[in-house]
Design a protein around this ligand. Sequence first.
Ligand code: 5GP
Ligand code: ZN
Length: 119
Amino acid sequence: MAGEPQSDCLFCKIVSGDIPATVVRESETTVAFRDINPQAPSHVLVIPRVHYPDAASLAAAEPRIAADVLEEAGRVAADEKVDGTGYRVVFNTGSGAGQTVFHAHAHVLGGRGLNWPPG
Ligand code: 5GP
Ligand code: ZN
């Protein structure tokens, strides 16, 4: 069922604690943890506890939780002290855009110059 934990999903296993992660923030609806392969000095993933394959399907089904993800992304940026210099919040959507984990997640990237447009 949509929103239920998926047994084959890496990020559901991080939510349940079956796979360890360096968690930096938690809320009732979200978990934020460091990316295992950081692309910037600060690279944190913010995920909903519920399983949806991407940001758009999360927002369609659970708009308040999608808003929680964005709010937590802002809090992560402040905690990481990248809010002053600028940071980027990215939702890769679809394999053609580089999505590899099909549980909605926001990348919060900062701590270096970020080119526009991204590659
Ligand atoms: P995507 O490519 O789907 O937008 O982002 C998935 C992200 O998850 C990648 O940046 C990747 O480095 C990260 N990732 C993959 N496996 C793990 C893991 O086991 N632990 C953590 N912390 N991050 C992971
Ligand atoms: Zn999942």
